[in-house]
Ligand binder design. Structure first.
Ligand SMILES: Nc1nc2c(ncn2[C@@H]2O[C@H](COP(=O)(O)OP(=O)(O)OP(=O)(O)O)[C@@H](O)[C@H]2O)c(=O)[nH]1
Ligand SMILES: [Mg+2]
Length: 237
């Protein structure tokens, strides 16, 4: 994949940055243990943990980025994959602009269960929600069960906006996915807004192309404190 551009085209801001011009809600769903939290943590805080800490209910992340002269805030709801909590999650689908649906390429079951997650989306989300399908854990080359072609075929059949394969562990296609989402949402939003001359000039000067880059990383953040980690249970399924 090619790089979406040089550093000056966007600036990733700290996740506790409070100002913003536009804010959008993103939901992350998929079976338990496929790497939803790892993917989001790596993308937004540049943290990866080899230990499994199952999400209880949901966890909230933010991704702030300045592009086209505007600060865009993505409010990311990382949900847990346990069936027990599925009815709780349905509340989070509402008003989400993008859904990131994750499976693990080394888990046939998580790929088969995509049918369930897309059915949930069709039932509970806004009809115009966009989806990104992520085949995670591509670093586990020897354990791969789901081919890239299978992911692509599923995406075509289910009107997936973008299909990517990723590795939260190696930081492949993590942050760039959120940059891509911010860009798509900004462009969609700006269709409804009249551009000022200044905005137009900025857009021309700092054109960002559509492709993802697998090499972009956000600034390294501190690890979670031990008490917060303790609150999480070790295994969910
Ligand atoms: N090798 C490898 N391991 C990964 C990757 N992503 C996540 N993992 C590991 O997979 C396990 C589960 O990751 P989580 O991010 O907690 O999975 P989850 O989907 O959030 O799980 P729930 O919160 O229970 O729904 C952890 O041990 C991670 O370290 C990856 O890209 N490669
Ligand atoms: Mg999780």
């Amino acid at each position: 994949m090619t790089d979406p551009g040089t550093e000056e085209q966007y600036e990733i801001l700290p996740d506790d940055y409070t100002q913003f011009d536009l804010s959008f809600k993103i939901i992350v769903v998929g079976d338990c243990s496929v790497g939803k939290s790892s993917f989001t943590n790596k993308a937004t805080r540049n943290i990866f943990d080899d230990d499994y800490n199952a999400t209880i209910g949901f966890e909230f992340f933010t991704f702030n980025i300045k592009m086209y002269g505007k600060i865009i805030k993505l409010q990311i709801w990382d949900t847990c994959g346990q069936e027990l909590y599925r009815s709780l999650i349905t509340n989070f689908y509402r008003n989400s602009s993008f859904a990131i649906v994750v499976y693990a390429v080394n888990s046939q079951q998580s790929f088969d269960d995509l049918e369930i997650w897309f059915r949930e989306l069709r039932t509970h989300a806004n009809p115009d929600i966009k989806t990104i399908l992520v085949g995670n854990k591509i670093d586990l080359k020897d354990e791969r069960k789901v081919t890239t072609k299978q992911g692509e075929d599923f995406s075509k059949l289910n009107n997936v906006h973008k299909f990517i394969e990723a590795s939260a562990k190696e930081g492949i296609n993590t942050t760039s996915t959120f940059i891509y989402i911010a860009k798509m949402l900004y462009e969609e939003h700006s269709k409804f807004e009249e551009y000022t001359e200044q905005d137009k000039e900025f857009t021309e000067k700092f054109k960002i192309n559509d492709s993802l880059s697998d090499s972009i990383q956000p600034p390294k953040m501190k690890k979670k404190n031990p008490e917060e980690k303790e609150r999480k249970q070790k295994k969910c399924c």
